[in-house]
Structures are given as C-alpha cells and as structure tokens.
Design a protein around this ligand. Structure first.
Ligand code: MN
Length: 493
C-alpha cells in the first residue's frame, strides 16, 4: 500500500499564507477563500489563529458556521487560553505547536527545559481534548531538533490522546533524503497520521513534502500559490500535481478547480503569481512562436507534460512580432476561416503592429484580428482619413474627424462625455445626411490583461429598421471604437 495511498491535504493559506508580509484578509475575504478551498476538495482548512485577533476569531467562527465539508482548524500554542479561543470560535480542530528545537525552546520559554515542554504539551493536549477539539499536535522547528526528543514529545502527546502529529520544517532547512528517513522512523513508531509542514527557503518545500509522504507521512500542509512567511510554504497546486502525476498518490483535490482558486487567492491577497510559477503562472501553458507552436498544434504532448485543461486553464500561443503566415493560417484552419490575399496581408500587418509595440501576441488576439479583418469589405464607401481627440481633467472631450464618403471629403467635430463618446458623436454628425443612423449598442472587452492589451469593440448600428453588428480590434480603445462604427456604416450606407 505504499503507492496509491490517499493523502490528506491540510490547507494553511488562511493562516501561514496570511502571514505573508503585507497580507491581511477581512472576514468576508477569508470566507470566500474557505468556500473555494472546500470546493477544491482540501481535507482541512486552517482558518487562522483564534486568539490572535478579533478578525481571526470571527473568521474561524464564520467559516465554521458555513456548512463546509472540510475540517475547520485554528492554530494555537500549547496554552490553555489558545485552546479556549479555538473552542469558542467553533473550530473542529486545533493545530497546536510546541517548540522542539533548543533554539525555539530557549526563545519561547526562557529558563525552561525540554522536560517542561513535554509537561506543558501533555497538559495542553489533555485540555484541548476536554474541550472537544480534534488535536493535531505539531513539533515546531522539528528539522533543527533532536529526533530522539521529538519522539519523546510525540509519545507524550499520544498518551494525552492527540489525534494527529506534525513535523514542521519551520525554517525550510530540510532536504528530501532526510525528510523520507525521518518520516520512515516516525511513521513506524506512531500509529496515527503524521503530517509534514514545509517552508520553501531553499526551493525544496515541494520535494521535501513529497519525500516525507514517500517515507510514510499521510497528510501535508500547503498553501495556494505557495504564499507564506518568507519564501512561503509548499505550494498546494504543484505538490498535488507532482504527487499524482509522478508518484501515483491520490488526493481529493478537484484539479480543474486549481486555476480559479489560485486566481482568487492572488486577487484577494494581492500577492501576484510569478509568471513562470509551475501550474498556475501565466506562462505555465504558454508557447512562443516557431517550432514549438507548430508542434503543439499538431500534438500538445510534444511540449506539455499535462494539458492546461487538467488544471482548469487554456493554452496560449504567443506569436510575437515575427508571427508568420504559417501560424496565422494554422489558427484560421482550426477556426474554419478562409481569407483572400488582401485580407491575409491586413491580418499580418495588424498582428505585427501589436508585436512592434513590444506586446506579446496571443492566439486569442490573433483570432480577434482575423475575425475583424474577415468582416471588412475591401471597397469601402466610408473611409477614415483622420481622427483626433482631446481629453483631460478640465476640458470637454472633443473629437474631430475627416471622412471620405463616396469620394467626398467631410470634416466634422463634436464633444462627448468621454473621448470615445466624442469620436463616435463626430462620426455620427459626419454621416447624418445619409439617413437616421443610430448606435444601438456598444460593448468593449480587453482580450488579454494589461492597459496595452488588444481591445475588442462590438457595436450594433442601425439605419431605419436595418441593424448590423460590427467589430473593431486595436490596442487603442478610441481607434477600436471608431473602426467598429465605420465597419457598421459601410454595411448600411
Ligand atoms: Mn509555517
């Protein structure tokens, strides 16, 4: 039963993760994340430290009352008051830690000896059991402590009826070989589930967690996106994926929910996910143009170990300024579109225009460009010769346009509530003699994130009882809006 073992996931995003410098979550935000974690399928949610603050106490209380499937846990020290707060907040369990290295014993309980820590631990575990809590008893800084002492400490906690034990690599100094060896010893000595808690100071948190599980641990602590004190904790998403993909361990995690959960935590904690972070980073399933892109299009396994869909994502192809006809044709083939030579030239020119501005061009951008260009009639009745817009704080947004309609030049100017509105008004004025033209609807989307993103504008324009839908796609929102309106006019005039 070494392989295919069911591993329990103890999520500490809301406790250790919240200890990330600068992160402070409100009760509502914690409840949102806890709900997402529950759907994700974590077994335990450490929701905070009940005694630490009113906010933490209330968070644990709200989350405990939310009817989630996961066990709700409060962090605490081996002190009766910590236990009282956890119990009164309504937590199911307490993750209670005792200092186990001499460094931690001397700093937390000056003048006390290892034996005193054992006595205090026994008293705390017994008291927590009296208060009806599930007790996960942890040895803090275990990786710098004497293993013989940890064994003694754990034995005492077990006699006091602790339910689970945790080996904490508090400062991230564990190495995989030692993690496996220590867990082999502990799991053969103790008959209860043992958990591993790792920090990433040397980038080994995931590896150490996996080796501890190989050695016999049955539960691991982790945070979404690996947030946490200093370099953070083991990242839940990459640990789960590595465990299942490489080692055949099973967890209850619904992997398709990983990405959404990760983005929610990023948004609420404001700790931005590094672009190259495994599984959840922006580039984890993005491919640069050239050989990779064409191979990926034929068979995604050539350059992807797992599909993005497995973790709730989609693939992105970055075409860049050197995007060739081949990659554009391939995207058109997938979409079932055909372009004539002139349209192809226009598509290429627009893709390069974005690339030249130093912005990455994704396949989503290209799709929008293709769809926009394919709608364009090559012989236009209404052509834009010039547009300029003035906007600011103490100025009425004003636009002037020069159009060529059926060969005649028309110049108009108008004001508006904003620069887009002013430009649209100027064009409407310029075409007013061609009938009762109305802008029925206006919708704008940014294709990819960022203020330099390609902007996709969809408009409905009417003349009499005829309504058409048109689209513009540019990096400049005013130009995208003008383009969309002009395309509509070309269908109507
Ligand atoms: Mn920690």
């Amino acid at each position: 039963m070494a392989r295919m073992r069911r591993i329990k996931v103890f999520d500490t995003t809301l406790r250790d993760g919240e200890q990330t410098p600068g992160v402070s979550l409100t009760v509502e935000q914690k409840l949102m994340i806890a709900t997402a974690l529950d759907k994700l399928g974590v077994d335990m949610i450490e929701a905070g430290t009940a005694i630490a603050s009113e906010g933490d106490f209330n968070s644990i209380k709200e989350i405990s009352n939310a009817g989630l499937k996961a066990e709700i846990c409060s962090f605490g020290r081996i002190k009766r008051e910590d236990i009282d707060f956890a119990a009164e907040a309504g937590a199911d369990s307490i993750f209670m830690v005792a200092p186990s290295s001499d460094i931690h014993i001397n700093s937390k309980f000056p003048g006390k000896k290892r034996e005193n820590v054992i006595e205090m631990s026994v008293d705390a575990v017994e008291y927590a059991k009296e208060r009806g809590l599930i007790v996960e008893f942890g040895a803090e800084d275990a990786s710098r402590a004497d293993l013989e002492f940890i064994t003694k400490l754990f034995k005492a906690a077990m006699e006091a009826k602790a339910d689970r034990l945790t080996y904490a690599d508090t400062v991230g100094v564990l190495i995989p070989e030692r993690a496996e060896e220590v867990m082999r010893k502990l799991s053969s000595t103790f008959n209860v589930p043992i958990a591993i808690h790792c920090h990433d100071d040397f980038g080994l948190a995931t590896a150490n967690t996996i080796y501890a599980l190989k050695g016999g641990a049955r539960e691991f602590h982790a945070t979404i996106n690996g947030i946490g004190e200093r370099a953070g904790n083991a990242a839940l998403e990459e640990t789960v994926m590595a465990l299942e993909f490489h080692y055949g361990f099973k967890t209850k995690i619904e992997k398709q929910r990983i990405y959404d959960t990760s983005k929610l935590v990023e948004k609420l904690t404001r700790i931005v996910i590094p672009k190259n972070k495994p599984i959840v980073g922006e580039y984890a399933f993005t491919h640069e143009s050239g050989i990779h892109t064409s191979a990926i299009m034929k068979d995604s396994s050539t350059y992807e170990p797992i599909t993005p869909e497995m973790v709730g994502r989609t693939r992105q192809l970055v075409l860049g300024k050197h995007a060739g006809k081949a990659s554009i044709k391939e995207i058109m083939r997938r979409l079932g579109y055909k372009a004539n030579n002139e349209q192809m030239k226009e598509i290429l020119a627009r893709v390069k225009e974005i690339g030249d501005k130093g912005k990455v061009v994704t396949d989503a951008d290209v799709k929008t460009i293709i769809e926009t260009v394919l709608q364009i009639k090559m012989e236009k009745k209404v052509r834009l010769e010039d547009v300029s817009v003035v906007s600011g704080m103490n100025i009425m947004p004003t636009a002037s346009v020069k159009l060529r309609i059926n060969g005649n030049e028309i110049v108009e100017a108008a004001t508006g509530l904003g620069p887009v509105d002013a430009a649209i008004n100027a064009i409407k004025k310029a075409v007013s003699e061609f009938g009762d033209i109305k802008l029925v609807s206006y919708h704008v989307d940014a294709i990819t994130g960022g203020t330099d993103a390609l902007v996709d504008v969809i408009v409905q324009v009417s003349k009499g009882d005829k309504i058409v839908t048109a689209r513009g796609a540019r990096t400049d929102i005013i130009m995208a809006s003008v383009e969309a309106l002009l395309e509509g006019l070309n269908m109507l005039i």
